[in-house]
Write a protein that binds this ligand. Structure first.
Ligand code: GTP
Ligand code: MG
Length: 393
């Protein structure tokens, strides 16, 4: 992953990154955090890590580091603090009150990137759902802080608090209703997607899903295999909406290739829930092409992240080919665990014919095995027909 192209000049608003844990993030996790921040359109002006066994209940970060955060953000004129940790609703509120600037966490950062990149109706609804689900605890947390702070004051304060709480209660209910409506709309779209899938199955189309760590080159490969021109950029989460293209036919059957949203480490739960129907495409496909950026120094880490996400969504049983991309960048030190892999360059169209051969071989074998099953079934059918005839005689 390359963070230089969108971070070289200070033309973006400054932000400070923060992380609290008993052990620091690995170098590549820090690098990923920087890249996400850059992709959202910010410049990283500082990174503060605090080693702590347990987070502070009120601010998540300890008081000493909180003061550091305050002075660094003031000195760098930063507009936001971004925590890698998932914060609770009241912690956002307390931190913002103390620091005087906006505080978000990594999940909200990802939602920001998604909201810039969502194109289709479904993509926009998915992002909105993630956003609303994230906002709800913030509003509830704010209410919690206000009611704790109010404690037994004189009539005036109590009355003001009462109005504030009523407003929060109203906001909470409105957001809950909006979440329900969004979920219903997405459910409808998911049903439509399932019908399309059934139709493809009926027409006996083969479906191949492109999966991989974000920025691995999935869209570039999709374009190369289908001779199209979907947007591919050196940024994270450029593709959010699954895009299917017919790439060719084999023994009279169509082959559809679907490009999907990229993965990253520690995917927020909201992501998996909001993108459930998109991810279902992957689970139901005949073959997965797992695209890895072989030129990345952290290719193994990215490969493992994707495998564990596939596992968590129930797609680890789908047959897959590992496509080690960007072979034009030099000799790879990365070799996948599976035997089923091929090194290519999607951008420079190097070795695509080997990849196509492997895909064709896999699909031909699949057709052959289906034929065996069909003829076995026919045999059983004949036998049963025969036995009933005998019995009725
Ligand atoms: N050098 C080199 N760069 C490549 C190759 N394939 C893709 N790229 C570049 O890698 C970057 C990411 O490519 P995309 O195709 O957008 O990657 P993606 O996996 O679809 O990314 P997301 O949609 O953001 O998850 C772009 O700048 C591409 O030009 C390749 O074979 N060689
Ligand atoms: Mg893409």
């Amino acid at each position: 992953m390359n963070k230089a192209p969108f971070n070289s000049k200070n033309e973006f608003p400054n932000v400070i990154l923060a992380y609290v844990n008993c052990k620091p993030l690995t170098n590549w996790e820090v690098e990923e955090f920087y890249s996400l921040t850059n992709s959202a359109g910010y410049n990283v002006a500082g990174y503060i890590f605090q080693q702590r066994e347990t987070p502070d209940g009120r601010y998540y970060i300890g008081l000493g580091k909180l003061n550091d955060l305050k002075s660094v953000s003031l000195a760098t004129k930063s507009s936001k603090i971004i925590f890698y940790n998932e914060l609770k609703g009241h912690q956002f509120f307390q931190l913002e009150k103390e620091l005087g600037i906006e505080v978000i966490d990594r999940t909200m950062l990802i939602i920001e990137i998604f909201s810039k990149n969502a194109v289709s109706n479904e993509g926009k609804l998915q992002v909105e759902l993630m956003y609303k689900k994230k906002m709800l605890p913030r509003i509830m947390g704010q209410g919690l802080v206000m009611s704790n702070q109010g404690g037994g004051g004189a009539g005036g304060t109590g009355a003001r608090r009462g109005i504030g709480e009523q407003q929060k209660e109203l906001d909470k209910r409105t957001i809950k209703n909006e979440i329900k409506q969004l979920e219903n709309k997405l459910e409808k779209l998911s049903e439509e997607r399932a019908i399309r899938r059934k139709n493809r199955e009926r027409n006996r189309c083969f479906t191949i899903s492109l999966v991989g760590y974000t920025n691995a080159g999935k869209t570039t490969l999709m374009n190369a295999l289908s001779n199209t021109n979907a947007e591919a950029k050196d940024q994270l989460f450029v593709t959010l909406d699954p895009l299917s293209r017919r790439i060719s036919t084999i023994m009279g059957r169509e082959i559809l290739l679907t490009d999907t949203v990229g993965f990253i480490s520690n995917l927020p739960h909201e992501f998996v829930r909001a993108f459930r129907s998109t991810l279902e495409e992957t689970i139901s496909s005949d073959l997965i092409l797992h695209v890895v950026d072989g030129s990345s120094p952290v290719a193994y880490e990215q490969y493992n992240v994707v495998n564990s996400v596939l596992d968590s969504i129930g797609a680890s049983q789908v047959p897959s080919i590992t496509v080690v991309n960007k072979s034009d960048c030099g000799i790879f030190s990365f070799v996948p665990h599976s035997d089923n892999f091929v090194a290519i360059s999607a951008k420079n169209r190097i070795n695509l014919d080997s990849l196509i051969k492997i895909i064709n071989k896999f699909l031909t074998q699949k057709i052959e095995s289906e034929k065996v099953i069909i003829s076995k079934n026919n045999f059983v059918g004949l036998f049963e027909e025969d036995s009933t005839t005998t019995l009725s005689k």
